[in-house]
Write a protein that binds this ligand. Structure first.
Ligand SMILES: Nc1ncnc2c1ncn2[C@@H]1O[C@H](COP(=O)(O)OP(=O)(O)O)[C@@H](O)[C@H]1O
Ligand SMILES: [Mg+2]
Length: 317
Protein backbone atom coordinates (compact mmCIF):
# COMPACT_ATOMS: atom_id res chain seq x y z
CA UNK A 1 0.00 0.00 0.00
CA UNK A 2 1.34 3.40 -0.96
CA UNK A 3 0.33 6.43 1.08
CA UNK A 4 0.91 9.63 -0.81
CA UNK A 5 0.39 13.20 0.38
CA UNK A 6 -0.09 15.76 -2.38
CA UNK A 7 1.41 18.95 -1.05
CA UNK A 8 2.36 22.45 -2.02
CA UNK A 9 1.62 25.32 0.31
CA UNK A 10 0.75 27.46 -2.69
CA UNK A 11 -2.88 27.42 -3.73
CA UNK A 12 -3.99 26.85 -7.29
CA UNK A 13 -1.05 24.71 -8.45
CA UNK A 14 -3.10 21.58 -9.21
CA UNK A 15 -3.04 19.58 -5.96
CA UNK A 16 -6.73 18.75 -5.90
CA UNK A 17 -7.03 18.20 -9.64
CA UNK A 18 -4.10 15.80 -9.44
CA UNK A 19 -5.42 13.96 -6.38
CA UNK A 20 -8.86 13.40 -7.89
CA UNK A 21 -7.74 12.38 -11.32
CA UNK A 22 -4.85 10.10 -10.42
CA UNK A 23 -7.12 8.58 -7.76
CA UNK A 24 -9.85 7.86 -10.26
CA UNK A 25 -7.36 6.68 -12.90
CA UNK A 26 -5.79 4.22 -10.44
CA UNK A 27 -9.24 3.01 -9.30
CA UNK A 28 -10.26 2.46 -12.93
CA UNK A 29 -7.08 0.45 -13.45
CA UNK A 30 -8.31 -1.89 -10.70
CA UNK A 31 -6.44 -0.54 -7.70
CA UNK A 32 -8.26 0.15 -4.44
CA UNK A 33 -7.95 3.81 -3.64
CA UNK A 34 -8.79 5.87 -0.57
CA UNK A 35 -8.87 9.65 -1.00
CA UNK A 36 -8.58 11.89 2.04
CA UNK A 37 -9.58 15.54 1.86
CA UNK A 38 -7.51 17.54 4.35
CA UNK A 39 -8.51 20.94 2.98
CA UNK A 40 -11.36 22.82 4.70
CA UNK A 41 -12.28 24.21 1.26
CA UNK A 42 -13.43 20.66 0.46
CA UNK A 43 -12.55 20.96 -3.23
CA UNK A 44 -11.66 17.29 -3.45
CA UNK A 45 -14.99 16.33 -1.91
CA UNK A 46 -16.90 18.63 -4.27
CA UNK A 47 -14.90 17.52 -7.30
CA UNK A 48 -16.09 13.98 -6.66
CA UNK A 49 -19.68 15.19 -6.59
CA UNK A 50 -19.95 14.60 -2.85
CA UNK A 51 -21.72 16.77 -0.32
CA UNK A 52 -19.23 18.51 1.99
CA UNK A 53 -21.75 19.46 4.63
CA UNK A 54 -25.16 18.28 5.70
CA UNK A 55 -24.18 16.05 8.56
CA UNK A 56 -21.61 14.06 6.59
CA UNK A 57 -18.79 12.67 8.66
CA UNK A 58 -15.30 13.42 7.40
CA UNK A 59 -11.80 14.55 8.25
CA UNK A 60 -12.96 17.02 10.89
CA UNK A 61 -14.70 14.29 12.87
CA UNK A 62 -11.71 12.00 12.36
CA UNK A 63 -9.15 14.46 13.65
CA UNK A 64 -11.26 15.59 16.57
CA UNK A 65 -11.99 12.03 17.61
CA UNK A 66 -15.72 11.85 17.03
CA UNK A 67 -15.68 9.37 14.13
CA UNK A 68 -13.60 6.41 13.02
CA UNK A 69 -12.32 5.89 9.49
CA UNK A 70 -14.90 3.19 8.98
CA UNK A 71 -17.66 5.68 9.82
CA UNK A 72 -16.16 8.70 8.08
CA UNK A 73 -15.35 7.12 4.73
CA UNK A 74 -17.86 6.83 1.94
CA UNK A 75 -17.90 5.03 -1.35
CA UNK A 76 -17.14 7.41 -4.21
CA UNK A 77 -16.99 4.96 -7.12
CA UNK A 78 -15.79 1.50 -7.99
CA UNK A 79 -12.59 0.76 -6.02
CA UNK A 80 -12.78 4.30 -4.69
CA UNK A 81 -13.45 5.64 -1.20
CA UNK A 82 -13.42 9.16 0.16
CA UNK A 83 -13.04 10.71 3.57
CA UNK A 84 -14.51 14.08 2.76
CA UNK A 85 -13.97 17.46 4.27
CA UNK A 86 -16.11 20.41 5.24
CA UNK A 87 -15.59 23.95 6.37
CA UNK A 88 -15.66 22.67 9.98
CA UNK A 89 -12.14 21.42 9.39
CA UNK A 90 -10.93 25.03 9.46
CA UNK A 91 -11.62 24.95 13.21
CA UNK A 92 -9.58 21.81 13.80
CA UNK A 93 -6.30 23.69 13.84
CA UNK A 94 -7.45 25.71 16.84
CA UNK A 95 -9.25 22.85 18.56
CA UNK A 96 -6.18 20.64 18.38
CA UNK A 97 -3.75 23.22 19.68
CA UNK A 98 -3.52 21.69 23.14
CA UNK A 99 -3.76 18.07 22.04
CA UNK A 100 -0.56 16.11 22.59
CA UNK A 101 0.53 14.31 19.45
CA UNK A 102 -1.80 16.30 17.24
CA UNK A 103 0.47 15.82 14.22
CA UNK A 104 0.05 12.05 14.24
CA UNK A 105 -3.70 11.69 14.75
CA UNK A 106 -4.35 10.84 11.11
CA UNK A 107 -1.41 8.44 10.97
CA UNK A 108 -2.54 6.50 14.03
CA UNK A 109 -6.15 6.26 12.85
CA UNK A 110 -5.11 5.22 9.36
CA UNK A 111 -2.77 2.55 10.76
CA UNK A 112 -5.62 1.15 12.84
CA UNK A 113 -8.06 1.29 9.96
CA UNK A 114 -5.87 -0.45 7.41
CA UNK A 115 -4.72 -2.94 10.04
CA UNK A 116 -8.31 -3.85 10.90
CA UNK A 117 -9.49 -4.07 7.30
CA UNK A 118 -6.62 -6.16 6.02
CA UNK A 119 -7.40 -9.62 4.71
CA UNK A 120 -4.81 -12.30 4.19
CA UNK A 121 -4.35 -11.68 0.52
CA UNK A 122 -4.12 -7.97 0.02
CA UNK A 123 -4.15 -4.73 1.95
CA UNK A 124 -7.39 -2.85 2.22
CA UNK A 125 -6.17 -0.19 -0.20
CA UNK A 126 -3.47 -0.09 -2.80
CA UNK A 127 -3.25 3.69 -2.67
CA UNK A 128 -4.13 6.28 -0.06
CA UNK A 129 -3.97 9.79 -1.53
CA UNK A 130 -4.13 12.78 0.79
CA UNK A 131 -5.05 16.19 -0.62
CA UNK A 132 -3.51 18.87 1.59
CA UNK A 133 -4.52 22.49 2.13
CA UNK A 134 -2.41 25.41 0.89
CA UNK A 135 -0.55 25.92 4.17
CA UNK A 136 2.04 24.18 6.33
CA UNK A 137 -0.10 24.00 9.46
CA UNK A 138 -1.30 21.09 11.56
CA UNK A 139 -3.51 19.68 8.79
CA UNK A 140 -0.62 19.41 6.36
CA UNK A 141 1.57 18.02 9.15
CA UNK A 142 -1.03 15.29 9.67
CA UNK A 143 -0.81 14.54 5.97
CA UNK A 144 3.00 14.37 6.10
CA UNK A 145 3.03 12.11 9.14
CA UNK A 146 0.42 9.73 7.72
CA UNK A 147 2.16 9.43 4.35
CA UNK A 148 5.13 7.45 3.14
CA UNK A 149 5.58 9.63 0.10
CA UNK A 150 4.99 13.17 -1.01
CA UNK A 151 4.06 14.37 -4.48
CA UNK A 152 4.62 18.03 -5.16
CA UNK A 153 2.55 19.55 -7.96
CA UNK A 154 4.26 22.55 -9.54
CA UNK A 155 3.04 25.03 -12.06
CA UNK A 156 5.90 25.88 -14.38
CA UNK A 157 6.26 29.63 -14.12
CA UNK A 158 9.09 31.77 -12.83
CA UNK A 159 7.92 31.69 -9.24
CA UNK A 160 7.28 27.95 -9.23
CA UNK A 161 10.33 27.20 -7.12
CA UNK A 162 9.76 30.01 -4.71
CA UNK A 163 8.57 28.66 -1.40
CA UNK A 164 9.71 25.16 -2.24
CA UNK A 165 12.60 25.60 0.20
CA UNK A 166 10.18 26.10 3.07
CA UNK A 167 8.13 23.09 2.05
CA UNK A 168 11.21 20.88 1.79
CA UNK A 169 12.46 22.14 5.14
CA UNK A 170 9.17 21.10 6.72
CA UNK A 171 9.35 17.69 5.06
CA UNK A 172 12.91 17.32 6.27
CA UNK A 173 11.93 18.08 9.86
CA UNK A 174 9.02 15.65 9.79
CA UNK A 175 11.36 13.06 8.32
CA UNK A 176 13.92 13.60 11.10
CA UNK A 177 11.57 13.79 14.06
CA UNK A 178 8.46 11.79 13.33
CA UNK A 179 8.36 9.92 10.04
CA UNK A 180 11.82 8.66 9.09
CA UNK A 181 10.68 6.85 5.96
CA UNK A 182 9.12 9.91 4.38
CA UNK A 183 10.32 10.58 0.84
CA UNK A 184 9.47 13.16 -1.75
CA UNK A 185 8.86 10.65 -4.47
CA UNK A 186 7.49 12.79 -7.26
CA UNK A 187 7.05 16.19 -8.81
CA UNK A 188 4.08 16.67 -11.13
CA UNK A 189 4.18 19.54 -13.58
CA UNK A 190 0.64 20.86 -13.86
CA UNK A 191 -0.94 23.42 -16.18
CA UNK A 192 1.94 22.97 -18.54
CA UNK A 193 1.96 25.22 -21.58
CA UNK A 194 3.59 22.89 -24.05
CA UNK A 195 6.03 24.46 -26.44
CA UNK A 196 6.73 27.57 -24.40
CA UNK A 197 10.32 28.44 -23.67
CA UNK A 198 9.42 29.36 -20.11
CA UNK A 199 7.93 26.00 -19.24
CA UNK A 200 10.99 24.24 -20.64
CA UNK A 201 13.32 26.43 -18.63
CA UNK A 202 11.49 25.97 -15.36
CA UNK A 203 11.46 22.22 -15.86
CA UNK A 204 15.23 22.28 -16.37
CA UNK A 205 15.65 24.23 -13.14
CA UNK A 206 13.50 21.72 -11.27
CA UNK A 207 15.46 18.80 -12.70
CA UNK A 208 18.75 20.43 -11.82
CA UNK A 209 17.67 21.15 -8.27
CA UNK A 210 16.43 17.66 -7.52
CA UNK A 211 19.35 16.12 -9.41
CA UNK A 212 21.75 17.90 -7.06
CA UNK A 213 20.19 16.21 -4.04
CA UNK A 214 20.83 12.77 -5.47
CA UNK A 215 23.82 11.81 -3.37
CA UNK A 216 22.74 13.55 -0.21
CA UNK A 217 20.88 12.22 2.76
CA UNK A 218 17.72 14.18 2.02
CA UNK A 219 14.10 13.06 1.66
CA UNK A 220 14.17 14.36 -1.93
CA UNK A 221 17.28 12.49 -3.03
CA UNK A 222 15.23 10.12 -5.19
CA UNK A 223 12.49 12.39 -6.46
CA UNK A 224 11.12 11.57 -9.89
CA UNK A 225 10.17 14.50 -12.01
CA UNK A 226 7.41 12.64 -13.80
CA UNK A 227 7.91 12.49 -17.54
CA UNK A 228 4.19 12.95 -17.96
CA UNK A 229 3.34 16.61 -17.67
CA UNK A 230 -0.26 17.76 -17.29
CA UNK A 231 -1.02 20.16 -20.07
CA UNK A 232 -3.23 23.14 -19.52
CA UNK A 233 -6.66 21.91 -20.53
CA UNK A 234 -9.94 23.72 -20.07
CA UNK A 235 -11.83 20.47 -19.50
CA UNK A 236 -9.83 19.95 -16.32
CA UNK A 237 -11.04 23.32 -15.07
CA UNK A 238 -14.65 22.60 -16.02
CA UNK A 239 -14.94 19.10 -14.56
CA UNK A 240 -15.12 20.10 -10.85
CA UNK A 241 -18.29 22.12 -11.31
CA UNK A 242 -19.97 18.96 -12.64
CA UNK A 243 -18.71 16.94 -9.70
CA UNK A 244 -16.95 14.58 -12.07
CA UNK A 245 -13.43 13.38 -12.65
CA UNK A 246 -11.95 14.15 -16.05
CA UNK A 247 -12.58 10.52 -17.04
CA UNK A 248 -16.32 10.95 -16.63
CA UNK A 249 -16.55 14.54 -17.79
CA UNK A 250 -14.32 14.50 -20.87
CA UNK A 251 -12.77 11.07 -21.43
CA UNK A 252 -11.27 12.02 -24.78
CA UNK A 253 -9.66 15.24 -23.60
CA UNK A 254 -5.94 15.84 -23.25
CA UNK A 255 -6.59 16.17 -19.52
CA UNK A 256 -7.88 12.59 -19.36
CA UNK A 257 -4.98 11.34 -21.48
CA UNK A 258 -2.40 13.11 -19.34
CA UNK A 259 -3.77 11.91 -16.02
CA UNK A 260 -4.21 8.33 -17.25
CA UNK A 261 -0.62 8.34 -18.38
CA UNK A 262 0.58 9.91 -15.15
CA UNK A 263 -1.24 7.26 -13.12
CA UNK A 264 0.46 4.54 -15.16
CA UNK A 265 3.82 6.19 -14.58
CA UNK A 266 3.15 6.45 -10.85
CA UNK A 267 2.25 2.81 -10.67
CA UNK A 268 5.33 1.76 -12.58
CA UNK A 269 8.33 1.03 -10.35
CA UNK A 270 10.77 3.91 -10.22
CA UNK A 271 13.19 2.32 -12.63
CA UNK A 272 14.41 5.76 -13.56
CA UNK A 273 15.53 6.66 -10.06
CA UNK A 274 19.20 6.16 -10.65
CA UNK A 275 19.38 7.27 -14.22
CA UNK A 276 18.82 10.98 -14.06
CA UNK A 277 21.86 11.53 -16.27
CA UNK A 278 20.42 9.43 -19.02
CA UNK A 279 16.65 9.62 -19.30
CA UNK A 280 16.98 7.43 -22.41
CA UNK A 281 17.98 4.53 -20.18
CA UNK A 282 14.55 4.75 -18.62
CA UNK A 283 12.71 4.08 -21.86
CA UNK A 284 9.44 2.26 -21.17
CA UNK A 285 10.59 -0.91 -22.96
CA UNK A 286 13.20 -1.31 -20.24
CA UNK A 287 10.62 -1.25 -17.47
CA UNK A 288 9.06 -4.46 -16.25
CA UNK A 289 5.55 -5.33 -17.41
CA UNK A 290 2.82 -3.56 -15.51
CA UNK A 291 -0.85 -4.06 -14.84
CA UNK A 292 -1.44 -0.72 -16.45
CA UNK A 293 0.15 0.46 -19.65
CA UNK A 294 3.66 1.83 -19.24
CA UNK A 295 4.17 5.49 -19.96
CA UNK A 296 5.08 6.67 -23.40
CA UNK A 297 8.58 8.02 -24.01
CA UNK A 298 9.50 11.19 -22.15
CA UNK A 299 8.13 14.39 -23.59
CA UNK A 300 10.80 16.38 -21.84
CA UNK A 301 13.99 17.24 -23.67
CA UNK A 302 17.13 15.66 -22.36
CA UNK A 303 18.80 17.29 -19.46
CA UNK A 304 21.38 19.80 -20.69
CA UNK A 305 24.44 20.86 -18.70
CA UNK A 306 23.25 22.55 -15.50
CA UNK A 307 22.33 26.17 -16.16
CA UNK A 308 24.17 28.80 -14.20
CA UNK A 309 20.92 30.02 -12.68
CA UNK A 310 20.54 28.37 -9.29
CA UNK A 311 16.92 28.06 -8.19
CA UNK A 312 16.15 30.27 -5.21
CA UNK A 313 15.77 27.43 -2.78
CA UNK A 314 16.42 27.77 0.89
CA UNK A 315 18.89 25.66 2.77
CA UNK A 316 17.33 22.90 4.75
CA UNK A 317 17.70 22.06 8.35
N1 LIG B 1 -4.07 21.29 -16.26
C1 LIG B 1 -4.99 22.22 -16.01
N2 LIG B 1 -5.50 22.97 -17.00
C2 LIG B 1 -6.44 23.92 -16.74
N3 LIG B 1 -6.92 24.18 -15.52
C3 LIG B 1 -6.46 23.45 -14.48
C4 LIG B 1 -5.48 22.43 -14.66
N4 LIG B 1 -5.20 21.90 -13.44
C5 LIG B 1 -5.97 22.54 -12.55
N5 LIG B 1 -6.73 23.48 -13.15
C6 LIG B 1 -7.65 24.42 -12.51
O1 LIG B 1 -6.86 25.34 -11.78
C7 LIG B 1 -7.44 25.65 -10.53
C8 LIG B 1 -6.52 25.25 -9.39
O2 LIG B 1 -6.33 23.84 -9.40
P1 LIG B 1 -6.46 22.97 -8.07
O3 LIG B 1 -6.22 21.56 -8.43
O4 LIG B 1 -7.74 23.29 -7.37
O5 LIG B 1 -5.23 23.54 -7.25
P2 LIG B 1 -4.89 23.43 -5.68
O6 LIG B 1 -5.59 22.24 -5.14
O7 LIG B 1 -3.39 23.32 -5.66
O8 LIG B 1 -5.35 24.71 -5.07
C9 LIG B 1 -8.78 24.89 -10.51
O9 LIG B 1 -9.77 25.76 -10.95
C10 LIG B 1 -8.57 23.77 -11.50
O10 LIG B 1 -9.78 23.35 -12.08
MG1 LIG C 1 -6.90 22.12 -3.52
Amino acid sequence: MRRIAIINQKGGVGKTTTTVNIGVALARAGHRVLLIDLDPQAHLTLHLGQDPGAGQLGTYELLTGSASFAKARRKAGQNLWLVGSSIDLAGAEVELVSVVGREVILRDLLDQHVGAGRDHHRPQYDYVLIDCPPSLGVLTLNGLCAAGEVFIPLQPHYLALQGLGKLLETISLVNKRINPGLLVSGVVLCMYDAGTKLAGEVVQDVRTFFGEAKDQDLPWRATRIFDTVIRRNIKLAEAPSYGQSIFDYAPDSNGAKDYARLAAEIHAPPAVLHSEESPEAAAPEAASPQEVAPPEPPVQPEEPPPPSLTPPLGATA
